[in-house]
Design a protein around this ligand. Structure first.
Ligand code: NAD
Ligand code: WQD
Length: 340
């Protein structure tokens, strides 16, 4: 079966996508420098699927390493690009680290694709490109706002690079703008592995519940929302992973309506921080230790996706509920503890 290069495939979303691609019969080549992941993930993917993905530990921001990778695998038919640094706060303090890594990966991959005549490219983009929405739900046609962080800016810049390359028919690309992925594979074998103190809500909740963190701070309950806490479009990582399979198949089958397309990948529903906590407590049976703290600087108040376009054009729709997400996130945290 066709060989797909999954950059950053040992990471959170890339590993779940690899599982879905293998289950559809694709040959997956993971290229990852393990800067934010571990080689065990390859074993876990094999345990889940019965098939071991190809794996190369390389730094894709290095031109020579990227070129050698493509030379070893001239039969790649498509690339799904997850590889990037993603810590928003660190990108503010270390902007060059983020611009260098996240953009060099794209330059190196796209230039090798052009060299070898490989056209199909799926990019991990983010709802962060919208900033604070003027209208909700937010559709792909909504204007983009100036990025609040260098990380967010790399997502906007990569979309612009893809649009320019697509105009010259150098690439056929799809950017998937993810909303807030949470949860884990139901096996509990793969999931999110934050290094150090988590920035994101869900891993902070599960780490607090299991005793790694003492208390969750809820960043503000005086926002203009029904319960005063911020609202996000949380999406189960397995639903998100499946959207990559349909996106790459759209490219492989030449079904795209333009050489560069953009799709929102969310559920279309917003849930507040307090609703996530309540769902987590219900599904885990654990009473969470949390307190209301001050607002976090730079937080978007409320955002959720208009998924009309992805539902119609990709024929994809998120299936899993918030309770499914919090249940699987907790199962993953429990399994991680067992493994230690
Ligand atoms: P992750 O950190 O778990 O996965 C990224 C992987 O890329 C890691 O395994 C890391 O080791 C690898 N990597 C980083 N730089 C590399 C390099 N130079 N060479 C090779 N490998 C490299 O992150 P994730 O949550 O799975 O995110 C995947 C993608 O989705 C990223 O591009 C991220 O910006 C984007 N995204 C994530 C979220 C989210 O909330 N998790 C939301 C929107 C978009
Ligand atoms: C969600 C809500 C917090 C932690 C980030 C990135 C964004 C995108 C997704 C990649 C907010 C609140 C959080 C905590 C809390 N990633 N919260 N206590 O802010 O939507 O976005 O991840 O592209 O670029 O910025 O997600 O999980 O950090 O926060 O109260 O300890 O949970 O204030 O309202 P966010 P998040």
């Amino acid at each position: 079966m066709a060989k797909i290069l999954v950059t950053g495939g040992a990471g959170y979303i890339g590993s779940h996508t690899t599982v879905e691609l293998i289950s559809k019969g694709y040959t997956v080549l993971i290229a990852d420098n393990l800067s934010n992941s571990s080689a065990d993930v390859v074993d876990s993917i094999e345990k889940i699927t019965g098939v071991r993905p190809l794996f190369e530990q390389i730094d894709l921001s290095d031109k020579t390493q990227a070129t050698q990778l493509f030379d070893r695998h001239p039969d790649i038919v498509a690339v799904i690009n997850f590889a990037a640094y993603k810590a928003v706060g660190e990108s503010v303090s270390e902007p060059l680290k983020y611009y260098n890594n996240n953009l060099s990966i794209v330059f190196n991959v796209l230039s090798n694709m052009e060299r070898l005549g490989i056209k199909n490219f799926v990019q991990s983009s983010s709802c962060t490109v919208y900033g604070e929405p003027d209208t909700l739900p937010i559709s792909e046609q909504s204007p983009l706002k100036p990025a609040v962080s260098p990380y967010g800016n790399t997502k906007k810049i990569v979309e612009e690079i893809l649009a320019d390359c697509a105009k010259q028919d150098k690439v056929h690309a799809i950017a998937l703008r993810y909303f807030n992925p949470i949860g884990a594979h139901p096996s509990g074998l793969i999931g999110e592995l934050p290094r150090g103190v988590p920035n994101n809500l869900m891993p902070f909740i599960t780490q607090t519940a299991i005793g790694i963190r003492q208390q969750l701070s809820v960043f503000g309950n005086d926002y203009d929302t029904p319960d005063g806490t911020c609202i996000r479009d949380f999406i189960h990582v397995v639903d998100l992973a499946k959207s990559h399979v349909v996106a790459v198949e759209r490219l492989l089958n030449g079904k795209g309506k333009a050489a560069f397309e953009v799709f929102n990948i969310g559920t279309g529903n917003g849930f507040s921080v307090m609703e996530v906590i309540k769902s987590f407590e219900k599904m885990s049976g654990v009473k969470l230790n949390y307190r209301i703290a001050g607002r976090r600087e730079g937080d978007i108040v409320k955002i959720w996706a208009d998924t009309t376009l992805s539902n119609k054009e990709l024929g994809w729709k998120a299936q899993q509920t918030l309770d499914d997400m919090t249940r699987d996130a907790w199962n993953w945290e429990l399994k991680l503890k067992e493994r230690k």
